[in-house]
Design a protein around this ligand. Structure first.
Ligand code: KG4
Length: 355
């Protein structure tokens, strides 16, 4: 079965054609367009600009995709319906609906977060296999129960899974998501958007050079470590950076020190809460997904929480349509229908749809 998938929940327009055979996938073609440069001036994503870019890019990317794959049609279309920016989600949904009508094929809605969870199966760029048997969640062995740490620009969540498609959100951020905090701190330091990779680059340089021993002695808070739950909060950490930045002179060295201490504080908090949940819920496999899962320091520390930890390959950590195609296909197999009810839902929660 060929699946065309579309992802437009934020500022990346992504479209993929997958060939699926039971649990084996092959990428036939994959096209995307990042709007990061266009939004850089705003220090974040400007929703209406993003929506218009999606509307402009989708037909172009589809033309490229069909030219490359030489397939003019798919058997199923999958589209992200939430969570995300609603005007952007509607851009993808409307485009997908028109195509599904023209091709006379089913259109399945996909929860973006569920897509991120399936992103750990993409082992290499071309082909990959996923195993949905209960005792073998993924390539590296391990088994259920699974704990997922979802860290992106829009979400920071700990999700407990007894089986595939069964989600229990056991903790989440009460304010900013960790990716958002990375982006905002980068902006305070005058670094371009998206800020995560920039902060991470500066922090690892500083770690190598041991810049923390230079003149600036800083310590940012590790928020909510003492709270008796698995929730997070990153706005206090962000504010601590803001007040420091107002007080000191920014130069290469102080920027690197701030990036290092901020990354340490954010990662320590994520690791502490994840390790606590891992132990309490007697988890066997840990999955870390979302844009921030590309962070090297986080990966290194999470490997210490469990040997059975799965990460997406870096290309699949940030938003992409490959994970949307996989999640759409698997949901379709579970519940094949000719017509699904689809509407954009900016605040869609895991497990809320396609029952
Ligand atoms: O998952 P994603 O592409 O977007 C959402 O669906 O929300 O995540 C994007 C986020 C951005 O905040 C970006 O700064 C962050 O992931 N990010 C990183 C790194 N690479 C991307 N944060 C920290 N370290 C990185 N290496």
């Amino acid at each position: 079965m060929r699946i065309l998938s579309i992802e437009t929940s934020c500022d990346d327009t992504c479209i993929t054609l997958l060939d699926a055979n039971k649990n084996s996938f092959r990428i036939l073609a994959n096209e995307s367009n990042s709007q990061a440069k266009k939004h850089s001036a705003y220090g974040g994503v400007y929703p209406n600009l993003a929506k218009n870019e999606h509307i402009k890019n989708l037909p172009k990317l589809l033309r490229k995709l069909t030219a490359k794959s030489k397939h003019l049609k798919a058997d199923l279309i999958a589209v992200t319906s939430g969570p995300g920016l609603e005007p952007c989600l509607w851009a993808g949904i409307t485009f997908a609906q028109e195509l599904a009508k023209k091709w006379k094929v089913p259109l399945v809605p996909v929860n973006h977060m569920e897509g991120h969870i399936f992103s750990v199966f993409g082992k290499n760029k071309g082909k990959f296999k996923i195993s949905l048997s209960k005792n073998n969640p993924a390539r590296g062995g391990g088994s259920f129960p699974v704990l997922v740490l979802l860290v992106s620009r829009g979400a920071t969540q700990l999700v407990f899974m007894r089986d595939w498609f069964r989600y229990e959100i056991i903790g989440e951020t009460l304010d900013d998501a960790v990716g958002e905090a990375f982006d905002k701190v980068a902006r305070m330091l005058g670094l371009p958007y998206p800020g995560g990779p920039q902060i991470s680059r500066l922090a690892s340089q500083a770690r190598k050079l041991k810049i923390k021993n230079y003149e600036l002695k800083i310590k940012f808070p590790r928020p909510m470590l003492k709270s008796n739950n698995f929730d997070f909060s990153f706005s206090g950490l962000k504010t601590a950076v803001y007040y420091l930045v107002r007080k000191i002179k920014l130069n290469q060295k102080t920027k690197a020190q701030i990036a290092l201490e901020f990354e340490n504080a954010a990662v320590e908090t994520l690791v502490y809460k994840t390790a606590g949940a891992f132990e309490k819920y007697k988890v066997k496999t840990l999955i870390v997904v979302g844009g921030v899962a590309a962070n090297r320091h986080l990966r290194e520390k999470m490997r210490k929480v469990s040997k059975n930890v799965l990460f997406p390959i870096p290309e699949l950590a940030t938003d992409n349509a490959i994970m949307i195609g996989m999640a759409g296909y698997l949901n379709y197999l579970k519940n094949p229908k000719k017509k699904y009810k689809i509407r954009a839902n900016g605040g869609l929660r895991l497990g809320e749809m396609i029952k």
